[in-house]
Design a protein around this ligand. Structure first.
Ligand code: XLS
Ligand code: CA
Ligand code: CA
Length: 438
């Protein structure tokens, strides 16, 4: 018996199945718009939620029952590796993601911490070799340890900046060692609490310096992963510099970093920023910077980052629509379940059910989005709605022929402006039909 009980690898049984341990929509080999579902979705399990998390919340201790908790220290770290590969096998997910501090305990010194990491990375490598599973991305946790209370790359203390650099240097080496497809930067403490004691200009310049050093070092060691920044507006800091996709892209552009980075867009971070998931995906893709996604959902009745497993088909459909419109889809990126089971879902089997729910929701979203694209549903809407820009004065505006003189002369003809309905309710009901029937 494994850590998840006596569960066999999950099979696709189709939409009529009532078996809770079967996929209803995720059929890995099914071809959708020229690629298999498996190639489109590139599902990843997040180490921190599924193997390191325990179900704590700000008011209470952990509740999760996990077999590996019988161990401690490095034995615990090793047991978690075993559990990770067991779950990947059960789910048929090809990828996983981790922070350095998820996989191995910190030691008393940086040397000891790095030795612990080296040992677990070697074990992970063996398991990857034996199973063919891959690392979608790794990252450095520079937010849990109190050392980072004032920030990491945006700290006020140069020694902390140096420590953070050493930590990312090691993480890049491990990314290379494990053949990571991407490397993520999420700045949990890269922001500020009060402008009264913050040199924002210096902090932003330093963040850019840090990221340039990371780009240089990856090049130096021949680590060719796609670099990703993950925007989030707040939590843990009050204001985070990578607030949302637009803010992050503007920062990257200002500092000449745009050619080296794409974005990892998380659904719950989008809603925390006051946007929809699809808005953030659209902003990223219009800049050619949509790299990967963290699949989860927030609870709109709560104002924090609840990281729930994604089950909202409207959201997964519209997300997959953006991804399918993106040149090359997610490319080297994937769909990482940065999601945790609720504190009341105590048992290991809940982690399996949760991933099945998320994988099916994205698979269904993919099917619906593909059908919407095949039938040119939104394309037709846009074609009609923006028709005036294809002929006459509109065509002149788009082609650059128009200027304020020609536009004024046109307006002075006082032709009546006739508006057409935007038909939002009709479009939504068509979308409903596709989600139900496609
Ligand atoms: C936290 C973030 C984090 C990143 C990786 O809110 O989602 O988990 O994905 O550091
Ligand atoms: Ca995330
Ligand atoms: Ca989150």
């Amino acid at each position: 018996m494994g850590y998840f009980g006596d569960v066999k690898p999950i099979q696709y049984e189709g939409r009529e199945s009532t078996n809770p341990l079967a996929f209803k929509f995720y059929n890995p080999d099914q071809v959708v718009l020229g690629k298999t579902m498996r190639e489109h979705l590139r599902f990843a399990v997040a180490y921190w939620h599924s193997f390191t998390g325990s179900g704590t919340d700000p008011f209470g201790a952990g509740t999760a029952i996990r077999g590996w908790d019988a161990y401690s220290g490095m034995d615990l770290a090793k047991a978690r590796v075993e559990a990770c590969f067991e779950l990947l096998n059960i789910l048929g997910a090809d990828f996983f993601c981790f922070h350095d501090r998820d996989i191995a305990p910190e030691g008393d010194t940086l040397q000891e911490t790095n030795r612990n990491l080296d040992e677990i990375v070697a074990l992970i490598k063996e398991n990857m070799k034996a199973t063919g599973k891959k690392l979608l991305w790794n990252t450095a946790n520079m937010f849990t340890n109190p050392r980072f209370l004032h920030g990491a790359a945006t700290t006020n203390h140069a020694d902390v900046f140096a420590y953070a650099a050493a930590q990312v240097k090691k993480a890049l080496e491990h990314g290379k060692e494990l053949g990571a497809e991407n490397y993520v930067f999420w700045g949990g403490r890269e922001g500020y609490e009060s402008l009264l004691n913050t040199d924002m200009g210096l902090e932003l310049d330093n963040l850019a310096r840090f990221l340039h050093m990371a780009v240089d070092y990856a090049k130096e060691i021949g680590f060719d992963a796609q670099f990703l920044i993950e925007p989030k507006p707040k939590e843990p800091t009050k204001h985070q510099y990578d607030f949302d996709a637009a803010t992050t892209l503007s920062f990257l552009r200002k500092y000449g970093l745009l050619p080296h980075f794409k974005l990892n867009i998380e659904a719950n971070h989008a809603t925390l920023a006051g946007h929809t998931f699809e808005h953030e995906l659209r902003v990223a893709r219009l800049d050619g910077a949509l790299g990967s996604i963290d699949a989860n959902q927030g609870d709109l009745l709560l104002g924090w980052d609840t990281d729930e497993f994604p089950t909202d088909l409207y959201s997964t459909t519209l997300a997959m629509y953006e991804i399918l419109q993106n040149e090359g889809g997610l490319g080297r990126g994937g769909v990482n379940f940065d999601a945790k089971v609720r504190r009341t879902s105590l048992e290991p089997i809940d982690v399996v059910y949760a991933h099945i729910a998320g994988m099916d929701s994205f698979a269904r979203g993919l099917q619906v989005a593909a059908k919407l694209i095949e039938d040119r549903v939104f394309e037709n809407v846009l074609e009609n709605r923006y028709a005036t820009f294809r002929t006459g004065i509109g065509a002149d505006i788009v082609s650059g022929k128009a200027n304020f003189h020609t536009l004024e002369a046109y307006a002075l003809q006082n032709k009546p402006i006739v508006h057409e309905s935007g038909r939002v309710e009709l479009i939504r009901s068509v979308l409903n039909q596709y989600i139900l029937n496609a």
